[in-house]
Design a protein around this ligand. Structure first.
Ligand SMILES: NCc1[nH]cc(CCC(=O)O)c1CC(=O)O
Length: 310
């Protein structure tokens, strides 16, 4: 067992909170272990002026961290599972997926309590095609404008009056102690969450078996099964940030999984939905099954239309 571990982390307040959360867990579990953070700025943090969807998506936030692992400057990286590509590069693996925080999207506004209270033509900030599509389906009158930056930046833009409301992940706000900014939590059936939303994952180099044993107890069996089902669904449909795709899995009565999936046109005009149940042990198969159901319902034509710039 190592005597010291270094955690590679982005330097946004949320990333630092998450890295410190894992550091505290390690120190509590292994009192002899020395734990340090290695902060770094990723390409995704640097390019703030372009909508991420257009420039390569999720990988931008994890690549620099993986380089630090590859070069031995750090031992593990802590990620929001929502930002982790389904296929990790050769030589890397997830050692554990922790217990999930609230997976819902949050409606944030100081003027209105709920999406339904927004007057016609209100301006809502989100850069997520998934959130946009589901919001437009319910409220075609809203004006949806892009919103980038870390959680603090996004809240500042709301406070500056650029938007009447914004949509953020509840998990990030709660972790940062900003839960009081949530006007209301959006029901998962109105805004089906992104694959992995609210869950933390620990990434290591595949050859670090010593770390695997150390980190295994961080894994939460239920959260890991759900995130596996959601991410498999996404992968089977070639999901990425460019695709308005939602996948949300819950554990029903302790040993059954219920996986819901949705693919939608960003303009909210049309969407397909599917769900199915499976066992805890067959999470990946369940992901594949719901992906197949979505294809049967017409997901492929939506995805093709989007790929061709519709
Ligand atoms: N896309 C950025 C991102 N990645 C993870 C979270 C929130 C925390 C989580 O889902 O674990 C956020 C912010 C947001 O979507 O509001």
């Amino acid at each position: 067992m190592p005597s010291r571990v270094v955690i590679a982390t982005r330097e946004s307040p949320l990333a630092l909170w998450q890295a410190n959360h894992v550091k505290a867990w390690l120190e509590h579990r292994y009192p002899q272990l020395q734990v340090e953070l290695l902060g770094m700025t990723t390409q995704g943090d640097r390019i703030l002026d372009v909508t991420l969807n257009k420039i390569g998506g999720k990988g931008l936030f994890v690549k620099e961290l993986e380089t630090a692992l590859a070069e031995g400057r750090a031992d593990l990286a802590v990620h929001s599972m929502k930002d982790v590509p389904m296929l990790l590069p050769e030589g890397f693996m997830l050692a554990a997926i922790g217990e999930r925080e609230d997976p819902r999207d949050a409606f944030v506004s100081s003027k209105y309590r709920h999406v339904d209270e927004l007057p016609e033509g209100s301006v809502v900030g989100t850069s997520s095609l998934r959130r946009e599509a589901q919001l437009r389906a319910r409220r075609p009158d809203l004006i949806i404008k892009p919103l980038r930056g870390n959680v603090g930046t996004r809240l500042r833009k709301l406070d500056d009056g650029e938007f009447d409301a914004i949509i953020l992940a509840a998990a990030g706000l709660k972790r940062l102690g900003l839960g009081e900014r949530i006007a209301s939590l959006i029901d998962v059936n109105d805004s089906l969450p992104a694959p992995g939303q609210g869950a933390l994952g620990l990434e290591i180099r595949s050859d670090r078996l010593d770390l695997l044993a150390l980190l295994a107890p961080f894994n939460d069996e239920y959260s890991a099964a759900c995130v596996t089902a959601e991410r498999t669904l996404s992968q089977r449909l070639n999901g990425s940030c460019q695709v308005p795709l939602a996948a949300y899995c819950t554990v029903e009565d302790e040993h059954f999984l219920r996986l819901r999936g949705l693919v939608a046109y960003p303009d909210g005009s049309h969407s397909v939905y599917a769900e199915s149940n499976g066992t805890l042990k067959s999470a990946a198969a369940l992901g594949g099954q719901v992906a197949d159901l979505l294809r049967t319902e017409g997901a492929t034509s939506i995805l093709q239309a989007l790929a061709h710039g519709a």
